[in-house]
Design a binder for this molecule. Structure first.
Ligand SMILES: NC(=O)c1ccc[n+]([C@@H]2O[C@H](COP(=O)([O-])OP(=O)(O)OC[C@H]3O[C@@H](n4cnc5c(N)ncnc54)[C@H](OP(=O)(O)O)[C@@H]3O)[C@@H](O)[C@H]2O)c1
Length: 246
């Protein structure tokens, strides 16, 4: 697993409480290879493996990012998996828009903040941990519906646009970070439709056999990361390792 990284590599999972984030944490810890795995979430998460550390903070807030930065200061990071994201929120009345008339500035701002701005600010906060000559990999969950080239259905304005913005921010950072560390790779991943709280209200429309379990997705995504071409950073790949059009 993640054979491009050294034995005893340090890993960080952002959104370790989420469906995919938790499964990726479990899958990484199922291997002997990582030396430490820090799981960041707003609520405490637990894992029996002594290599796991739960860090409770909100990366969507400035003070949360500052706490993350100071907690990890001076530690080189080899693997960061960003699994945060929002599509809907019943409590605040946020649901994917079906038509222009549904657009709401506050809901759009919230989705852009969590899906696009926060992953970019995470890269900013962790820049010092990536700097150097060690192999470093930052994988961030995107979504195929964030593909502009692949948008034939319309709808879901804020989610689509925030993921498209996410992809541009990751691609731009990929260019800069290669200058900071030539062994650093940034990748955007589409996990496929996965059985988590995020997809729950929309699962009825998913064709038979196309709703993946989080553990299948974690295993697939780690396999995709294992085979990343060394020369390229800033790719957008799906769970099968196929490029997704921007
Ligand atoms: N599930 C799918 O079918 C699917 C398909 C395509 C792409 N994706 C993408 O995959 C990623 C993971 O989704 P999932 O399916 O695992 O969903 P999930 O189970 O709902 O997990 C979402 C994660 O995002 C975190 N999060 C949400 N709002 C946040 C906020 N305001 N501040 C900080 N953290 C916040 C959650 O933390 P808390 O636990 O603290 O709320 C949780 O860790 C998302 O980026 C999603 O867009 C999912």
């Amino acid at each position: 697993m993640l054979n491009q990284l050294p034995d005893g590599f340090s890993a960080l999972v952002i959104g370790a409480s989420g469906g995919i984030g938790r499964a990726v944490t479990d899958a990484v810890l199922a291997s002997e290879r990582p030396g430490s795995v820090v799981g960041v979430s707003r609520q405490k998460t637990s894992h029996p493996d002594p290599r796991f550390e739960s860090l409770v903070l909100d990366v969507g807030q400035t003070d949360g990012l500052a706490a993350l930065e100071s907690h990890l200061e001076g530690r080189p990071l080899h693997f960061v998996f960003n699994a945060i994201g929002i599509l809907h929120d019943v409590d605040s009345g946020i649901a994917p828009e079906k038509k222009l008339a549904d657009l709401d500035a506050e809901a759009m701002t919230r989705l852009f903040h969590i899906n696009a701005i926060t992953p970019a600010l995470l890269l900013k906060a962790l820049e010092g941990n990536f700097k150097g000559r060690h192999t470093a990999l930052f994988a961030s969950l995107s979504a195929r519906v964030g593909s502009i080239g692949d948008n034939h259905l319309g709808g879901w304005y804020a989610y689509r646009a925030s993921k498209a913005a996410h992809n541009m921010l990751m691609k731009t950072a990929a260019v800069e970070l290669r200058r900071l560390n030539p062994e650093m790779t940034v990748v955007c991943l589409h996990p496929g439709t996965t059985d988590t709280a995020l997809s729950l209200p929309f699962q009825e429309r998913v064709p038979e056999g196309k709703l993946f379990t989080p553990s299948f997705v974690a295993e697939r995504l780690l396999a995709v990361l294992d085979k990343l071409p060394k020369q390229e950073s800033g790719l957008f790949l799906d769970w099968a390792g196929k490029p997704v059009p921007w």
